[in-house]
Design a protein around this ligand. Structure first.
Ligand code: GLU
Length: 508
């Protein structure tokens, strides 16, 4: 029988969500939606020392912004709750006890100090210490101490942890949808702590118990968890849950743009692009890390960027809506090798999405930039301006540099254009053109254009030269959107004023 798809995104609230984490959430989401399955948000907060206030809210807010929605989870509830591990605390102990009773786990009373001492002795010998099948026999645990002694230590309230007893001489096989068949020899693995002295389970125990109880069918997560997968497979075996063990898919790492190493939290602002979906302020230091949202990326663009970091459709299509991704996505097309972040490509995607927006949409988004500068303009007029320049912008904020001449006369004039185009008689002809523009009624684009062109032709002037100089006095540069559209948008009076100002300021 085909298994019902239930996947989970299981972040730890230890800070803002890195875009690698967002990609994990996205791939889980696409997989769930494609199979008509269930998408679950589980918060893994068993490591209370690393808990960061606000991180859970941040995760929910940024995924909501991106359109990654959940069917069950900490914020929406569901039949398999609670979905926050700290709220599930009472249920984990019985599973640790089950493993002890079945001989798969044991109590360990070694203090952190005594383990540190042993570690140092090993280090002095240039060896690495690990609590495993070779060392557990000489340490303070329920395998080496008499049963009464163990009971006494527990009754007296001595701190202890519960460790997994990794069996020796076993080949552990992890069948991974991306990595293939991964085989690890159990003698290399240590006896991981499953239950801590503070009464909390560790990640490993809570993760397996929850995946089992929540009936997770597929575990899709970052490659950094691959080394834990053999232990997880053994835990399923130890619990007798092998038949319903989820299938695994470990996603390739996200690499720095030069391919040298993993994209870290610190890279973003250092290399000039965000590594977080939305802006994050560290609650302790107040330090701000930039986010895609605040940097002007459209959520659709971020989704498209992340979809392609590790996956490709096998066709030349690059632009994908969420719906199209749901159709096209497949785990088989996820690459094994790390995916390099490419800033230029990211900007390109944003530009494509910006172009898809109407002038009015862009006007609404851009208006606050103008209001802040004290510039007043109607939304309709701004919509025309935005339509005119949107081909040249990657971000909404770029519209500012593309449109400043609509709101203010040039302060400087491009020297190159002056050198190349401004002649002895240019001022005289521009003056004549300003007089012509003054007579254009109604003051609209085609009429203004035709009258000016007629003047240039009647006087046998060089079209390119005069038009370039006219543009220079109106916008300050030799390039830009259609000149007569600009002239009519700024209005007759302003156009004439700018021509006069240019004539008096430009000297050769
Ligand atoms: N809590 C783990 C994390 O922060 C989850 C790993 C997993 O998906 O198993 O990434």
């Amino acid at each position: 029988m085909e298994r019902k798809v239930r996947v989970r995104f299981a972040p730890s609230p230890t800070g803002p969500l890195h875009i690698g984490g967002v990609r994990t959430a996205l791939y889980n989401y696409l997989f769930a939606r494609q199979h008509g399955g269930t998408m679950i948000l589980r918060i893994e907060d068993t490591d209370q020392g690393r808990f960061v206030p606000g991180a859970e809210e941040y995760i929910i807010d940024s995924l909501t912004w991106l359109g990654i929605n959940f069917d069950e989870g900490v914020h929406v509830g569901g039949p398999f709750g609670p979905y926050r591990q700290s709220d599930r605390k009472p249920l984990y102990r019985q599973y640790a006890d089950q493993l002890i009773n079945d001989g798969w786990a044991y109590y360990a009373f070694d203090t952190p100090e005594s383990l540190e001492e042993i570690r140092k002795v090993y280090e002095a010998d240039k060896k690495a210490f690990q609590y495993d099948c070779n060392t557990r026999g000489s340490l303070r645990n329920s395998l080496t101490l008499a049963a009464e002694e163990v009971q006494k230590l527990i009754n007296e309230g001595n701190p202890y942890v519960i460790r997994f007893k990794m069996p020796d001489n076993e080949e552990i096989v992890v069948n991974d949808h991306i990595r293939g068949r991964v085989v690890v020899h159990s003698n290399l693995l240590d006896d991981k702590v499953l239950f801590k002295s503070d009464g909390m389970p560790t990640y490993h125990l809570a993760n397996i118990v929850d995946d089992h109880l929540m009936e997770i069918s597929h575990v899709i997560r970052g490659e950094e968890w691959l080394p834990s997968a053999p232990l997880h497979v053994m835990l399923y075996k130890a619990f007798g849950w092998e038949a319903t063990m989820p299938e695994f898919a470990h996603l390739p790492l996200l690499l720095k743009p030069d391919g040298n190493g993993k994209l870290s939290k610190r890279d973003g602002d250092r290399l000039g692009f965000p590594v977080f979906p939305t802006q994050w302020q560290d609650p302790k230091t107040g330090e701000i890390s930039s986010g895609y949202r605040e940097s002007g990326y459209f959520p659709e663009a971020v989704i498209n960027i992340l979809a392609f970091l590790g996956w490709n459709p096998g066709t030349t299509q690059e632009m994908f809506t969420m719906e199209e991704l749901i159709q096209a996505f497949s785990i088989e097309r996820i690459s094994k090798s790390g995916a390099k972040f490419d800033l230029e490509k990211a900007k390109w995607f944003n530009q494509q999405y910006l172009r898809q927006h109407s002038g009015l949409d862009l006007a609404k988004a851009f208006m606050p930039y103008l209001t802040e500068k004290g510039i007043e303009i109607s939304e309709d007029k701004l919509a025309i301006i935005c339509d005119l320049v949107k081909e040249r912008a990657h971000f909404i904020k770029d519209i500012q540099s593309q449109t400043h001449f609509f709101f203010e006369a040039p302060i400087q004039y491009d020297e190159q254009v002056i050198k190349k185009r401004w002649k002895e008689d240019t001022a005289k002809h521009l003056d004549a053109i300003s007089a012509i523009l003054n007579t254009v009624e109604p003051f609209e684009t085609t009429l203004a254009h035709d009258k000016v062109i007629a003047y240039i032709q009647e006087n046998g002037l060089n079209m390119g030269q005069i038009m370039n100089c006219l543009r220079l006095v109106i916008v300050g540069a030799g390039i830009g959107p259609d000149l007569f559209t600009i002239i009519t948008l700024i209005g007759k009076e302003e156009a004439v004023k700018r021509i006069k100002k240019g004539i008096s300021e430009i000297k050769i």
